[in-house]
Ligand binder design. Structure first.
Ligand code: 2HG
Ligand code: ZN
Length: 477
């Protein structure tokens, strides 16, 4: 909701700078920017700014900084932790990257893409694919999430197991700092040891240190062959043993290795259209594996079939389906990518985007399941995620037919219960979704002492008036 509470001189200056398409102040126009995808937060803003270039963005930020107006950078608004939603004071402006949406250059020699922040991840992937290249970052919300957002949150997703997170793929960055100065770090070098690697500061800083406007991202040659299989397993142990079997045969072939619990899969197949289980019967859990290679021979198929055959013999898997066409591959992936949407449709949920060492995953899932079931009878324990990276979305869905507000009022109790077990196994309370505003309260106990103090010093050095995405990452003073 907007109450158009911009200081009049700022309002005039922004109107002159950005024009009607670049400045939204009406309540109807700004409403969708003020709430998050999960609808956990309802903020308010003084305006939504939509600069169309770095220059416009830098000038707009400088104007807001001069007037002491807080700024909330926003990309595709797909944060799971309220990272792009303003507070409800109505003082902040939201700076949307949507209109900075050009793919500037794809370089075949350097294997890079120079791309503006507002290009959706999917559009960037498709542009790379049209040139026979692959942008190897892939996340469920890639149709809406934009490049600026995925870098600002150091998104991980499905291909991290082979190519790393957004951090590993980002070679260059251009950032508008909280005072409106532009920091040009647009070097596309694989090696560059010249002082502090400043661009790394902004990757994963969730927009608290500046607003990313342009990036240079590493590409890969497009795979010429892919093999994708959905396998039924009895447990996370079996899923991990299957992952180990693929890695042992050819670690470089695995592009993705995902886990889905039976509970979560059941929500997808019952609540999402065109998502039926392509196996003969439901199983306690599932693994989705994708192999990819630039070789065009049938060696991947042989690898997939021989690992699965052995897995059947060793009773690691009880059933499996192999995609026989691109359409089938996409429908297997759709089943995986609809887990977040299915859980949203099932009611309120508490998400724990955690990571633990691979070896600790089975014990973590068993213990966390027991503790959550004891805490709230009827709670639906629906974990899934990027098991090959040790990243489990240990999500809890409200009891069927229960009261969603009553369930959500216990979110900290649930998150703390899960976090205690994550801590026992030396894991992280946020593997890929970030801290946002949802998890700021966890920072002192997890990253306190010198670590948080160092982050605070960096924040104060770059944003002394706390104007850039306030209320995110750092707990309230
Ligand atoms: C995914 O892996 C996303 O699909 C969303 O990270 C996870 O809904 C979630 O918790
Ligand atoms: Zn994920």
């Amino acid at each position: 909701m907007s109450d158009s509470s911009l200081p009049p001189s700022l309002h005039t200056a922004l109107k002159d700078l950005l024009g009607p398409a670049g400045l939204l102040t009406g309540t109807d126009d700004t409403a969708s920017y003020c709430t998050d995808w999960r609808m956990l937060y309802q903020g308010r803003c003084a305006a939504v700014l939509r600069p169309a270039s770095t220059e416009e963005c830098a000038k707009a930020v400088a104007l807001c900084a001069e007037h002491g107006v807080p700024m909330v950078p926003q990309g595709g608004n797909t944060s799971m932790v309220g990272g792009a939603t303003p507070d409800d004071s109505g003082r902040a402006v939201i700076i949307s990257t949507t209109r900075m949406n050009r793919i500037r250059h794809i370089d075949h020699g350097d294997l890079t893409m120079t791309v503006e922040a507002g290009v959706t991840l999917k559009a960037a992937q498709e542009a790379a694919a049209r040139e026979g290249l692959m942008l190897p970052l892939s996340i469920s919300s890639e149709g809406s999430a934009d490049i600026g957002g995925v870098i600002a949150t150091n998104a991980g997703g499905n291909n991290t197991v082979r190519y790393g997170n957004a951090r590993e793929l980002t070679l260059g960055l251009e950032v508008v700092l909280p005072d409106g100065n532009t920091l040009n770090l647009m070097r596309r070098l694989r090696k560059d040891n010249t002082g502090y690697p400043l661009r790394q500061l902004f990757v994963g800083a969730e927009g608290t240190l500046g607003l990313i406007t342009t990036a240079i991202i590493q590409l890969q040659p497009s795979p010429r062959s892919r093999e994708t299989a959905l396998c039924a397993v009895q447990s996370p142990e079996q899923a991990l043993a299957l992952f180990a079997a693929f890695r042992k045969h050819d670690p470089s072939a695995v592009l993705a290795f995902e886990y889905m619990s039976g509970t979560s899969m059941n929500l997808v197949t019952t609540l999402i259209d065109n998502c039926t289980l392509p196996l003969s019967e439901p199983a306690p859990a599932y693994a989705l594996v994708e192999l990819a290679s630039t070789r065009s021979d049938d060696s991947l198929r042989t690898l997939m079939e021989s690992v699965l055959e052995q897995a059947f013999e060793e009773e690691l898997i009880s059933d499996a389906v192999l995609a026989e066409s691109e359409t089938q591959r996409q429908s297997l992936w759709m089943i995986r990518e609809e887990h977040a949407e299915a859980q949203k449709r099932a009611g309120a949920s508490v998400k724990n985007d955690v990571s633990v060492p691979l070896s600790a995953i089975p014990a973590f899932i068993t213990e966390a399941t027991q503790r959550c079931e004891a805490l709230i009878p009827g709670i639906r324990v629906a974990p899934f995620g990027h098991i090959g990276d040790g990243n489990i979305h240990f999500n809890l869905v409200q009891p069927e037919g229960g009261d969603s507000q009553a369930f959500l009022s216990q979110d900290h109790a649930i998150m703390d219960t899960v976090a205690e077990i994550v801590r026992k196994y030396d894991g992280s309370f946020s593997a890929e979704h970030g801290v946002g505003q949802l998890k700021t309260y966890m920072m002192p106990s997890w990253r306190g002492g010198a670590e948080l103090a160092t982050m605070e010093k960096i924040k104060a050095a770059l944003d002394p008036h706390n104007l850039m995405n306030p209320g995110k990452i750092f707990p309230a003073a």
